[in-house]
Design a protein around this ligand. Structure first.
Ligand SMILES: [Fe+2]
Length: 186
């Protein structure tokens, strides 16, 4: 039996992420959900905060919430992967569960990068030292998430420009930037 607090967090995670149901592998779905629960256990943020705080601190007065942005990225990534499989599947097969799990987990490390002070969200000292791709991988590995999905977390942001991204990571990276760059300060 999970601890009562963990049980509540599991419920909140399921509520925040209806897209978890898209992951066909029950084992992977469970590991992805567990990673989010673990992140909340260690985070100064609560589940409700994600429906309120901006998705990035790099866009001034960002009007889009964390969850709006993250769910949008998961939807873009899934539909892009489906189009690639439909039209180019003979030469390039994209693993759907890996794309969806990677997109759901890409920013989980932000729960350890941000803090709320006097009603404002800002980067914590830990976040300055370890941006979310790093803490995201640490959380996911602790929860047994496969390397192909951890690779997406590691490579989804600018740091990932230094590694050879998998096809699944390329999709999540572009989905993320498509929904971020229009808001970026110039
Ligand atoms: Fe990110």
């Amino acid at each position: 039996m999970p601890e009562p607090a963990t049980g509540r967090l599991r419920e909140s995670v399921r509520h925040l992420w209806p897209e978890l149901e898209w992951i066909k592998s029950e084992e992977l779905r469970e590991k992805v959900a567990r990673t989010w629960v673990r992140a909340f256990e260690l985070s100064p943020l609560a589940p409700d905060d994600l429906n309120r705080i901006p998705f990035t601190l790099l866009a001034p007065d960002c009007p889009v919430t964390f969850m709006e942005h993250k769910r949008c990225v998961v939807h873009i990534a899934r539909q892009s992967a489906e189009a690639i499989n439909e039209f180019m599947g003979r030469s390039l097969t994209v693993e759907m569960d890996t794309v969806i799990a990677g997109a759901i987990l890409a920013d989980v490390g932000k729960l350890l990068e941000y803090e709320n002070v006097d009603g404002k969200t800002r980067q914590s000292r830990r976040g300055e030292l370890l941006r979310h791709p790093f803490t995201g991988v640490a959380l996911a590995m602790e929860c047994g998430v496969p390397d192909a999905v951890c690779h997406i977390i590691a490579a989804h942001a600018a740091e990932g420009g230094l590694v050879k991204r998998s096809a699944e990571a390329i999709i999540v990276h572009h989905a993320d930037f498509m929904a971020y760059e229009p808001f970026k300060s110039r």
